[in-house]
Design a protein around this ligand. Structure first.
Ligand code: BGC
Length: 793
């Protein structure tokens, strides 16, 4: 990897020289009166030379990403931003700036020559936001995040991450939303609309079937058309149709043969012709590939951009391997994007977004994304306990978000210690001192090893690594029992781009964690005192083997920079939990039908998933057959009748709800469902009603039920009711018939289930759809050979 990186940098320097040379030549050659306006894009396309077109199609290089506190940044617009587009000054085309990522703006927090800081808010990660099942809230978070995009001089946020949780071990699942495409599509739509309401853009990523980090640059995701359309493309289709993202990011991987970036069927026939996308497609941060194929496919922009790509493009046109027409189509779209940007419009950004206001948004949304998994004997909210024994390294080193490009350079992270103190608890000092001493020691070790790696690795702020768990003796624990009213144990996990997670010590608890949990629960229970587990994690972990031990389990996710406060808000009952799982929590890793061919026994292959080596259970990581087809997540577990630890959609509350008067009536194009939810408990709370549909038998094989709608109540006071309305159209009931290349919604008897989670249906209403419908689609994106899929039904 390091040699690849140094190639990038020599390319970058070359690039700079070329740009200087090109602009010097152009200054001499022509002084044009013509300047880009929203109304003369076609004229500008005509006025551009081939060299200038190449400038626009190829991004501005690695300069902004590597600039910041450590390197000069005079010609960099926003130090630390992931990329830029190039300018053509003689025609009034400015550069624009692209920055990560899904949990907030990722830029360099300090700059040479100034004491000002440029911290951004670390918002909750994708799984956390999705677990709110609250589209209004997600739109508000998007609005706040988009304001930071605007005020830091950025034009496009490289988010949302929309890939499906195909397997629990994907190292980037924390950036993504769910195992379910409908939920992903709805949350992503809200997020994109929120961000873009600021007049800035997004880049919905990673398009498509980018389901693993192992060999992520080259793995060929092989899957049948139905699984591809229904599971892996559906959310992108929804977001394109409902939110019109300014840009889409084509993924690193191959899809049924070609790279997604070189696949015209994907980027033009499907995305543009079928779905009506009218923005630009940019590559994920890729090295040189076949640029003629990329441009012809409809991949408008190459990011981050390397000089060789320009040379290749010019050569391909000159040799007749790439038509000027194809080039012009991309250039036109890029110009249409540029005229929308704040930079083109001359927006005077402040570099001072309202971080305080956004911290409040973060605290509130993170709390709403937390999922209460267990609450025996109403352990939570904590009522009489004041003195807390706080166990687990992560309690003192809270994890706000994941690593890699999903990380945010935030000013601080509130740990659980601070959160509990603010809430008025007394956290045991002796125990705290032990942990803090161990933390200081571990941090020193980590810094030393970072320094010894040096260079680029040290510069890239890759996020907060969880620190190793501190060994703790039973004697210390017993002392804590006497001194405290309650114990809280935090379990932490982190992951990020470039690597998938492992089963031992990551999906499952480590021996030390298990021992700690065992000893703490045993000791506190002997004294009649309660134990609460807080999970500060980005993706699913194994829970079946240990969930019986503690009295309560709160899944806090990676809740952003205010994390400790948000957790305390739930523990004290200031906020009543209303988050629901967006993925199934399984009993055993191998229960997941994708586990058979998901590379899990990971050995490090260097940085960023560029290696192509053999992994434990998988002999050849150059491809992955999606043999589970559409049987992803609950679609499989429910249909196969497999027991799980916590089902999709699960989450407890401090209050109870009654569902009544469900109704389903036909509409012009589908049905309208209504149901009344009443808070029957003694504290205020919100409930999510999930609408699952079981299709008539006879047509295509379908899962037992599929999520086709959901709605969340406002905060209902005790005794208060609200009637929720959910509209479902015929198209969203459709399945994809590969033989006929069409979406099909069968006429017949449907069951409409109103549920608190996929396995807990509160009311079922039959609905007869009088007329079936079909929608023709292109017969595209086929695997070379059909993938042999498992049979579930
Ligand atoms: C990641 C993208 C990210 C880009 C720019 C890539 O390695 O896959 O998600 O937006 O880098 O940082």
């Amino acid at each position: 990897m390091s040699s690849e990186l140094s190639n990038y940098f020599s390319d970058y320097i070359m690039n700079k020289k070329l740009i200087l040379l090109a602009s010097a030549t152009l200054c001499v050659a022509s002084v044009s009166a013509q300047r880009l306006t929203p109304n003369n894009v076609d004229d500008i396309v005509k006025a551009l030379t081939l060299e200038e077109k190449a400038e626009l199609i190829v991004g501005g290089g690695w300069g902004s990403m590597t600039a910041g506190a450590m390197t000069a940044s005079s010609d960099v617009l926003v130090p630390g931003a992931a990329g830029t587009t190039n300018a053509v000054e003689r025609l009034g085309v400015p550069r624009t700036v692209l920055s990560d990522g899904p949990a907030g703006v990722r830029i360099s927090p300090t700059r040479q020559g100034t004491n000002q800081t440029y911290y951004a808010t670390g918002f909750p990660v994708g799984t956390s936001l999705a677990s709110t099942w609250n589209v209004q809230l997600v739109a508000e978070v998007g609005k706040a995040m988009g304001n930071e995009v605007l005020e830091y001089g950025i034009d496009v946020l490289l988010a949302p991450g929309m890939n499906i949780h195909r397997n629990p071990l994907n190292g980037r699942n924390f950036e993504y939303y769910s195992e379910d495409p409908f939920l992903t599509g709805k949350i992503a739509t809200a997020y994109v609309n929120g961000i873009q309401s600021n007049g800035v853009g997004v880049s919905a990523k990673h398009f498509a079937a980018n389901s693993q980090e192992t060999n992520r640059m080259n793995v060929d995701s092989r899957l049948n058309q139905r699984a591809l359309r229904e599971i892996y493309l559906k959310a992108f289709e929804m977001v394109v149709k409902d939110a019109q993202p300014w840009t889409i990011m084509s993924s690193y991987n191959k899809l049924n043969g070609p790279y997604t970036q070189e696949n015209r069927e994907l980027l033009t026939t499907l995305l543009r012709d079928e779905w009506g996308f009218n923005g630009i497609v940019m590559t994920d941060w890729t090295m040189v590939r076949d640029i003629a194929a990329q441009v012809h496919a409809g991949n408008d922009l190459m990011e981050p951009g390397m000089p060789q790509q320009k040379t290749d493009l010019i050569k391909a046109v000159n040799e007749g391997k790439l038509s000027m027409e194809d080039v012009d189509i991309c250039v036109k779209r890029i110009l249409e994007y540029i005229v929308k940007t704040p930079r083109f419009k001359g927006y005077k950004y402040s570099d001072k977004p309202d971080l305080k206001a956004h911290a409040a948004v973060t605290r509130q949304s993170a709390a709403e994304g937390m999922v209460l998994l267990k609450n025996e004997g109403n352990t939570l909210p904590i009522k009489d306990a004041k003195k807390v024994a706080l166990f687990g390294m992560t309690s003192y080193n809270f994890i706000a978000g994941g690593t890699g490009s999903g990380n945010v350079n935030k000013a601080y992270t509130i740990d659980l210690l601070s959160g509990l103190k603010e809430a008025g608890f007394e956290v045991n000092e002796k125990l705290k001192n032990l942990y803090e001493g161990y933390k200081a020691y571990q941090l020193a070790l980590q810094t030393a090893s970072r320094r010894s790696v040096g260079g680029m690795m040290a510069m890239l702020s890759l996020g907060e690594d969880p620190l190793p768990e501190m060994p703790i003796s039973r004697a210390i624990i017993d002392n804590q029992v006497a001194e405290n009213d309650i114990a809280i144990v935090t379990i932490g996990r982190n992951a990020g781009e470039g690597g998938d997670r492992n089963v031992p010590n990551d999906f499952t608890l480590s021996d030390m964690e298990r021992q700690m949990l065992n000893d703490v629960t045993e000791a506190f229970h002997l004294a009649g005192k309660k134990v609460v587990v807080v999970l500060n994690i980005g993706g699913e972990i194994e829970s079946a083997s240990w969930k019986s031990m503690p009295d309560a389990i709160l899944l806090a996710w990676q809740p952003g920079q205010e994390g400790g406060y948000s957790v305390a808000d739930i523990l004290t009952g200031k906020v009543n939990p209303s988050g629901k799982l967006t993925m199934t929590w399984i009993n055993n890793y191998m229960d997941d039908p994708s586990s058979k061919n998901f590379p899990y026994d990971q050995v490090s292959d260097g940085m960023m998933g560029m290696g192509g080596n053999v992994r434990g259970n998988v002999k050849n990581v150059s491809y992955c057959n999606y043999e589970e087809g559409i049987w992803v997540g609950y679609r499989y577990y429910q249909t196969a009748g497999k027991e799980v630890s916590y089902p999709f959609g699960y989450g407890l509350s401090y209050t109870t709800f009654a569902y009544s008067a469900p109704k389903v009536t036909a509409t012009k194009d589908g049905f309208r469902a209504t149901i009344t939810v009443k808070n029957t408990g003694i504290v205020a709370g919100k409930e999510v009603v999930q609408l699952y549909v079981s299709a008539p038998s006879g047509g295509l094989v379908k899962p037992e039920s599929e999520l086709k709608g959901f709605a969340k109540t406002k905060e209902l006071a005790p005794g208060e009711s609200q009637t929720l309305t959910i509209d479902v159209d015929a198209y969203s009931l459709a399945s994809f018939n590969e033989a006929a290349s069409q979406w099909e919604t069968a006429a017949g008897n449907y069951s409409i289930r109103f549920s608190a989670n996929v396995n807990d249906t509160k009311a079922t209403v039959p609905f007869r759809l009088a007329k079936g419908q079909t929608w023709k689609a292109n017969d595209i994106l086929k695997p070379a050979e059909p993938i042999k899929e498992i049979v579930v039904k």
